[in-house]
Design a protein around this ligand. Structure first.
Ligand SMILES: CC(C)(COP(=O)(O)OP(=O)(O)OC[C@H]1O[C@@H](n2cnc3c(N)ncnc32)[C@H](O)[C@@H]1OP(=O)(O)O)[C@@H](O)C(=O)NCCC(=O)NCCS
Length: 166
């Protein structure tokens, strides 16, 4: 069973190690300044390590894109959330863990009645991630450059998420 717990300083070495793995780098990860990111606290930020039976298997970040300090998402309507997600070890890919993590994260986001929709921004080339997000209720919204990264913005509205729940 997957549990999301807050990421702490003790996770930094593992997060740095995951950043060296090709599937993380290819997805556009591997560039996070963990020594700065993890101790940082802000009302618009949540960072979680996913554990399977106590073993860390992945990372998930939830932000409020309108409030995030670098304004990575540009001008954004209020009451949205944006998610970054990845699995650490290659052997843990494709085991259903990401689906469990994403469903926990979406439940967490939409538990706040103000939240209208959740965004993700996979690289345009990351076809497998597009499929993963689609299965989790996201739909293509627009193609967009974030810096030099060519990305697909995908979005799941509260209504779509509720309709897709078993
Ligand atoms: C995307 C990701 C979080 C999904 O988690 P997961 O536990 O592997 O996924 P699940 O087992 O729940 O679902 C399987 C689906 O995940 C996706 N997936 C599996 N391996 C993947 C990989 N190496 N890269 C991207 N997506 C992958 C595929 O859509 C797969 O379905 P498919 O076999 O029909 O292609 C995970 O695969 C991952 O960390 N991938 C690499 C990093 C990444 O692409 N993160 C998203 C950046 S926007």
């Amino acid at each position: 069973m997957i549990r999301l717990r807050c990421a702490t300083r003790a996770d930094i070495p593992l997060l740095k190690y995951w950043d060296t793995l090709p599937h993380v780098i290819e997805a556009g990860g591997g560039e996070w300044e963990w020594d700065v990111e993890i101790p940082f606290e802000a009302p618009w930020l949540e960072q979680f390590v996913a554990e399977e039976d106590g073993r860390p298997v992945g990372f998930i970040q939830i932000i409020d894109p309108a409030e995030e300090q670098t304004h990575y998402w540009g001008e954004c309507e209020p009451d949205l959330r944006a998610i970054d997600i990845w699995i650490g070890e290659v052997r843990d890919l494709g085991r259903g863990l990401g689906t469990e993590m994403m469903q926990l994260a979406l439940s967490r986001c939409f538990a706040d009645p103000r939240i209208k929709a959740v965004l993700v921004d996979p690289m345009a080339s990351n076809i497998r991630a597009h499929r993963f997000y689609q299965r989790n209720g996201f739909q293509f919204a627009e193609r967009r450059m974030f810096g030099s990264d060519d990305c697909h913005v995908m979005r799941v509205s509260r209504e779509a998420w509720l309709a897709g729940k078993p």
